[in-house]
Design a protein around this ligand. Structure first.
Ligand code: SGN
Ligand code: CA
Length: 525
């Protein structure tokens, strides 16, 4: 009888807040799993992630969360819709606007009586739909004294972006939300996106540490194809000493001035200069060349990146603390993820886009008290394609037929669903574009990965068991003939299953833009 009444109440839109699970989705931009201690990668000992590690200790860490398309807007559109880029229409950054009239999980949660809110980076071009509250960074957003857009217009807030977004999220939770409703809050940080600008208080963190280098920092791409060779994302050539590495003497395009110096008040600028100037002057005096300069760039890059992570992690700590203090923790599922992974020097790179492991894999850590066994580690092939479905099931809602992923709820409850995907489909579309990564699609089964760069008609096949760093393309190796045949069949099956258009999708990027920024590595004279 009670159940019936509750159902009746639900069908009229009224929901008992205490019965529904709240959803806190914490999302960052470009956070690689290598930079989270709990993932145990190269930086396990130095990554400043005690709060993320705590979340993993209290929940489930997914080792194989693969993205559908390793780039910002498309990843966000996949999460909102539970659909691949070719069906949600958002295939590349910048040129397209997200069609907000389509079905999204926040809209479905609203119908189920949830109050929905998004704070921070949105990066989908259009005005958010499906949110009762939105307060977003325009475009990529700025690290220092960021602008925000909300229903009333644009305004600026003084402070460091990660902290400002966290304060806004805490304020919404404490003072602004409707306590009679369950909530779904998306806290979306800009950090640790390029140009990796840290909070002033952390500018000198890691000064005494030498960051471990990846084996492939000086990769010669032997054994790979033209796509890996001809990208524009190497630390050596593409990473700028000015904007990226914060040396004003190299700020030829005025980007350092525009993004950082001119946004700061005199006090902030003074603190910023006090931290960077002595280190910069030492470099200009030492004039390292060749590999030594690449090594210096790598150290500055990784330190700034991890300094950004310090604030991200601190923010997570504050949010978890509030959930504890308010008593909300036990009835709130907390999800941590990022829009994709990132190269932290592997293959000599920064940025993402490729289906190679470091940018194809994204962090996913979920704490769901009373449902998920603390400290569990999962290896199922899951995806950002599954997030919408998961949130809907957590909220007790039906999952629409046209969503293409599957709810993670059974996995979170410790089950081993027999029909879980055995292969995952990937497709990247942005060429020509930033960093000049060829368009490609591919299939991955947890061990073998088949990639097809269709515009240059080149295939690559990797065996991640024997070659986890993907250094040797086995496509032409006869020993892999049967694997290749099977993976090609899998790719075809996935294309049909996910309704990928048969004809090659026309170039959807913006060819009028000149993307290659540097053709030669900068030198310090
Ligand atoms: C900017 C960055 C690129 C980055 C894209 C996409 N350049 O254009 O390095 O790949 O964003 O990033 S920057 O000089 O402006 O920092 S994404 O996160 O939006 O996909
Ligand atoms: Ca990103």
């Amino acid at each position: 009888m009670i159940k019936k009444l509750a159902l009746l109440a639900c069908s009229f839109g009224a929901v008992f807040a205490s019965e529904k699970t709240n959803i806190l989705f914490i999302f960052t931009d470009d956070h690689a799993t290598q930079a989270i201690s709990a993932y145990g990668g190269r930086f396990a000992k130095v990554a400043p992630t005690p709060n993320l590690d705590r979340l993993a200790d209290e929940g489930m860490l997914f080792k194989r969360c693969m993205v559908t398309n390793s780039i910002c807007g498309p990843s966000r559109a996949t999460i909102l819709t539970g659909k691949y880029s070719h069906l949600n229409g958002f295939m590349v950054n910048e040129k397209t606007k997200f069609d907000g009239s389509q079905q999204t999980f926040p809209k479905l949660l609203q119908k189920a009586g949830y109050e929905t809110s998004i704070i921070g980076k949105w990066h989908l071009g259009s005005t958010p739909t499906g949110f009762d509250h939105w307060d977003i960074l325009p475009g990529q957003g700025m690290y220092y004294n960021p602008d925000f857009d909300n229903a009333k217009g644009r305004y600026q807030v003084e402070g460091y972006c990660t902290e400002v977004v966290t304060d806004k999220a805490l304020n919404w939770l404490k003072n602004e939300r409707d306590n009679s409703k369950p909530f779904m809050l998306m806290v979306q940080q800009k950090a640790p996106h390029r140009e990796w600008s840290p909070a002033l208080k952390y500018l000198n963190a890691f000064d005494d540490v030498t960051m471990p280098e990846p084996d492939s920092l000086f990769d010669d791409y032997e054994g790979r194809g033209h796509a890996a060779r001809n990208q524009d994302m190497s630390i050596e050539v593409s990473m700028e000493l000015g904007k990226d590495l914060k040396i004003k003497e190299f700020d030829k395009k005025d980007q350092l001035a525009k993004r950082i110096h001119k946004r700061m008040n005199p006090e902030q600028l003074k603190a910023w200069n006090a931290a960077y100037e002595p280190k910069n002057q030492a470099l200009l005096k030492a004039k390292p060349k060749g590999k030594d300069l690449v090594r210096w760039k790598y150290q500055r890059y990784i330190k700034d990146y991890l300094r950004c992570i310090k604030s991200v992690d601190e923010s997570i700590g504050q949010l978890l603390k509030y959930l504890d203090e308010s008593g909300l923790a036990k009835n709130t599922i907390v999800i941590y993820s990022s829009d994709q992974g990132f190269y932290l020097g592997e293959h000599g790179w920064f940025d993402k886009r490729f289906m190679y492991d470091e940018s194809y894999r994204t962090p996913l850590i979920i704490r769901w008290p009373g449902h998920t066994k603390p400290g569990s580690i999962n290896s199922h092939l899951v995806s950002n394609l599954d997030f919408a479905e998961t949130f809907l099931e957590v909220a007790g809602q039906a999952i629409p037929e046209d969503m293409q992923g599957a709810s993670l709820v059974p996995i979170l409850k410790g089950q081993n669903p027999k029909d879980w995907r055995k292969t995952h489909y990937y497709h990247y579309y942005e060429f020509p574009g930033w960093h000049m990564v060829q368009r490609h699609e591919g299939a991955y089964d947890g061990r073998y990965k088949l990639m097809y760069f269709y515009d240059i008609n080149e295939w690559e096949l990797y065996d991640l068991k024997t070659d986890p760093k993907e250094m040797t393309n086995q496509f032409k190796n006869p020993e892999y003939a049967s694997v290749l045949k099977r993976m090609k069949q899998e790719l075809n099956k996935l294309r049909i299953q996910h309704k990928v258009p048969k004809n090659k999708i026309k170039d959807v990027s913006n060819p009028s833009k000149k993307y290659i920024t540097n053709h030669k590595a900068e030198v310090i004279q």
